[in-house]
Design a protein around this ligand. Structure first.
Ligand code: DGJ
Length: 544
């Protein structure tokens, strides 16, 4: 801060004056493109969100003492937590920000950043978090209509009254944040939650039907290089989903824009997912939501939304990695705002990081004794949840900014143990990287001269690794319950790989600090990492 501003602040403080927020504000969080990747900047520096999402009804001051201990035990640096429309505007036009004030001030004093989840017109597609004055006035705030004219449960994205009311409340929230949060404890905001419509692909109200019969919007035609013809003609069997996606994204974009006019924080939308591979009927999550197959529609419709993000509750490793690939695209940073908190989901942090994820947050992290099994952990499994997610977070938290920088500037790769336990491999430059699971740290698979017990984690859904290539022959390796090997991808005749140097360590203030060298048993059978994740900096070479 310039000397002049400091002096001004000192004078203001002496006279008990509060300066406009702009004087004290630090740099706004934002997404920045580096090469093909996007990274999140907080306080002007790359930031990796090691997140924890609280349960749905933990958004009350009396609940916060049950939230912080769980977040802190996980070594998370960010809490994602709802702010409900019904709680900030219980009476139309009268706002109550007492919860938001307490939340932001407690987070700030704990050095935990916040992502606010704006539960409003759509929460898991339903209007359950709208104020009673919205729920109780269907004539003013209309529901989608079924073909027979009867009311569907979800609010219509075509209703300008609902949009105006939602956007006004959201703008009030963001204006309030601007006044209480000059140092940006809140780093991102999620307008709405898992939007879309289950059981009805589009609104059949007369004005919505007219829109569906009309040509697609010019911006969409341009963005997707499509002719400006009616929806059905352009998108065929996907027309209804694309139509509803456009209108929901457009609606949310206007809510986001109203909020950003007050405080321009980065905003994202989360998706209830369909299939990872197919966009056939019924495989796309709720119609209108930011499923991967409508990313182009969302990008064209919602320029104020920085990214769309997958909520992961499927335990199959193949599904999870395919879904990460579907969302980690140029112009759409991978962010995992929700992932089940059952222990087996913890290993998916490694493939997320390997795809440059800006954040990763298990859902249902608090001590309110609620459990969303079968999506996540069972009741009473808090200790197991903590044990599963903490190790990677604890390793990364002190160097979260370093990792975010490295991942945005270097090639990276990450895997989790597949459901069948098989090896995973990739090529980075001239090196092949192989990850193997459930191996003892000593010995090779083909040894027959000594008896061995089967590895106790043979069938356990644990293990994963992330690799960054710092230069042609130097790699950062990290992971848990994994054996990693580097070998020449295309060796010349008689050429073999060798470890030149392998250091365990971490980044401190942006610099690599070694704690020890790995050698001997620790490298003779690959780099074997057990329950305690580590970061290794490895330089490889060859000999003939
Ligand atoms: C996904 C939603 O986004 C969350 O708010 C929550 O309802 C979970 N599903 C289920 O616990």
């Amino acid at each position: 801060m310039r000397k002049f501003s400091k002096a001004l602040l000192a004078i203001a403080a002496a006279y008990g004056l509060v300066l406009p927020a702009a004087h004290a504000a630090t740099e706004l969080p934002r997404l920045e493109s580096v090469g093909g990747r996007q990274r999140l900047l907080v306080d002007g520096k790359p930031f990796l969100m090691l997140g924890a999402q609280a349960n749905n009804s933990s958004n009350y001051p009396e609940m916060l003492p049950k939230v912080w201990p769980a977040v802190e035990a996980l070594h998370a640096n960010t809490l994602e937590i709802p702010v409900a429309w019904e709680q900030i505007e219980p009476v139309e036009g009268q706002f109550d920000f007492s919860y938001v004030d307490k939340l932001v001030s407690e987070a700030r004093s704990r050095k935990i950043r916040l992502v606010l989840l704006w539960f409003a017109t759509w929460k898991n597609t339903a209007p359950s978090y709208t104020p009673a004055w919205v729920k109780g006035d269907p004539a003013r705030f209309s529901r989608m209509r079924k073909p027979d004219g009867s009311a569907h449960y979800a609010l219509s994205p075509h209703d300008s009254d609902t949009l105006r009311a939602d956007a006004r409340a959201f703008a009030a929230l963001m204006r309030h944040l601007r006044s209480i949060d000059p140092d940006h404890t809140v780093i991102m905001v999620q307008p709405e939650n898992e939007v879309g419509s289950y059981g009805l692909a589009r609104d059949y109200a007369p004005e919505a039907v007219a829109l569906f019969k009309a040509p697609i919007p010019t911006e969409l035609a341009r963005a997707m290089s499509k002719p400006r013809k009616p929806w059905r003609e352009v998108f065929g069997p996907r027309a209804e989903q694309f139509f509803t996606s456009w209108h929901m994204a457009r609606y949310i974009d206007q809510v986001a824009a109203a909020g950003q006019a007050e405080l321009a924080l980065p905003m994202y939308c989360n998706a209830a997912l369909g299939s990872a591979d197919s966009e056939e009927e019924g495989q796309t999550g709720p119609s209108g939501g930011p499923n991967w197959n409508v990313m182009a529609v969302w990008k064209a419709a919602a320029p104020h939304i920085a990214l769309i993000a997958p909520d992961i509750y499927n335990r199959d490793a193949n599904f999870v990695e395919r879904m990460f690939d579907n969302y980690a695209k140029p112009g759409n940073a991978l962010f995992v705002p929700e992932i089940g908190n059952a222990p087996e989901f913890a290993r998916f942090i490694w493939p997320a990081l390997g795809r440059g994820a800006i954040g990763f947050a298990p859902f249902g992290i608090d001590r309110t004794a609620y459990a969303n099994y079968p999506l996540g952990a069972k009741p009473g499994e808090d200790a197991a949840v903590e044990a599963a997610f903490t190790p990677a977070f604890a390793l990364l938290r002190p160097m979260a900014s370093d990792w975010a920088r490295i991942a945005s500037e270097h090639p990276t790769w990450g895997v989790a143990k597949p459901t069948d336990g098989s090896d995973r491999a990739t090529t980075l430059g001239k090196w092949k990287v192989t990850a193997q699971f459930a191996r003892w740290a000593f010995g090779e698979d083909d040894w027959t001269w000594i008896a061995r017990d089967p590895h106790p984690l043979k069938d356990a859904p644990v293990g994963g690794a992330t690799v960054a290539q710092l230069d042609a022959d130097t790699f950062l390796l990290m992971g848990q319950h994994v054996r990693l090997r580097l070998s020449p991808a295309a060796p010349k005749a008689g050429e073999s790989g060798q470890v030149i140097n392998a250091e365990e360590g971490s980044f401190v203030d942006g610099k690599w600090v070694m704690t020890r060298r790995w050698n001997g048993d620790q490298i003779d059978y690959g780099f074997n990492v057990g329950a305690q994740p580590v970061m290794l900096k490895v330089t490889m070479g060859t000999y003939r």
